[in-house]
Design a protein around this ligand. Structure first.
Ligand code: NAP
Length: 252
């Protein structure tokens, strides 16, 4: 049974893993046996230490994923070091908050470029590599509650994460025939830098907690099980699904 979830010797690229949910998933994948390629703008030595302390190798790639020009260099660095790739976790993401009537084009483009456009083109590059390796692969996109709901004061984030849900289905439709499983995880309200403003806003915090059946904010560790499952052989016939890890938020 355990071999279903064994990722020994696999190579996983995880974007945005120096902190938050990405760090939680990178460490969980390392605990399951993966070597990790961490793609961040800033230093990720904390994640490196946690991955290495689980006996796995860690390669840091320092790039800004707001620009798709960097994508070839991520693949090149991965293949130079490990010779292959087995898992891609598209986690890097940003949010910009403002009333829809005041929302700027700059805040629209910054969020869409990272959360949707780079996610698609990095997936495309990795899928080409999976096809040339001939052994399939796993793509895990990080969606959101706002892949299902409209949200408020976050128009580009809602657009970008709704796109993630649709693109996850599209990639599954086109690439499942190569043994590539593309799925997404939709985190609920998780305590990270991304939600710092909400956690600090007393009334929003109370409203949010009041709606979560589990009665607490999620943590990066809460992503571990879903991420390992979708990266593993246990999910070989799971395609195009967006799995909520939300303490029951969507069930309300
Ligand atoms: P976070 O703590 O703010 O971390 C975001 C990560 O993305 C960081 O590692 C950051 O690295 C990286 N990143 C941002 N811009 C980047 C860029 N241009 N190029 C490369 N890396 C970049 O956020 P989080 O809460 O862990 O969120 C992770 C993912 O989960 C995001 O896609 C987010 O939308 C999604 N999500 C979060 C929640 C939540 O409640 N927290 C809920 C639903 C979905 P640098 O520091 O190097 O920029």
């Amino acid at each position: 049974m355990n071999t279903l979830f064994d990722l020994s010797g696999k190579v996983a690229i995880v974007t945005g893993c120096n902190t938050g949910l990405g760090q939680g998933m990178a460490v969980a994948l390392a605990q399951a046996g993966c070597h990790i390629v961490g793609v961040n703008r800033s230093d990720s030595s904390d994640t490196r230490e946690r991955v290495q302390s689980n006996g796995q190798s860690y390669l840091e790639v320092r790039v800004d994923l707001g620009d798709t020009k960097v994508i070839d260099s991520i693949l090149k660095a991965t293949l130079d070091k490990f010779g292959r790739v087995d898992v891609l976790v598209n986690n890097a993401g940003i949010i910009r908050r403002n009333d829809a009537v005041d929302f700027t084009e700059a805040d629209w483009d910054a969020v869409m470029d990272l959360n949707s456009k780079s996610l698609f083109f990095l997936s495309q590059a990795v899928a080409k590599q999976f096809i040339s390796q001939g052994e399939g692969g796993k793509i895990i996109n990080i969606a959101s509650m706002l892949s299902f709901q409209g949200g408020i004061r976050v128009p580009s984030y809602t657009a970008s994460k709704s796109a993630v849900l649709g693109l996850t289905r599209l990639m599954a439709n086109e690439w499942a025939k190569y043994g590539i499983c593309t799925n997404a995880i939709a985190p609920g309200y998780m305590a990270t830098n991304n939600t710092e403003a909400l956690q600090q806003d007393e009334s929003r915090n109370r409203e949010i907690l009041g709606r979560i059946p589990a009665g607490r904010w999620g943590t990066p560790q809460d992503m571990a099980g879903a991420c390992i499952f979708l990266a593993s052989d246990a999910a070989n016939y799971v395609n195009g699904h967006t799995l909520a890890v939300d303490g029951g938020w969507l069930a309300r």
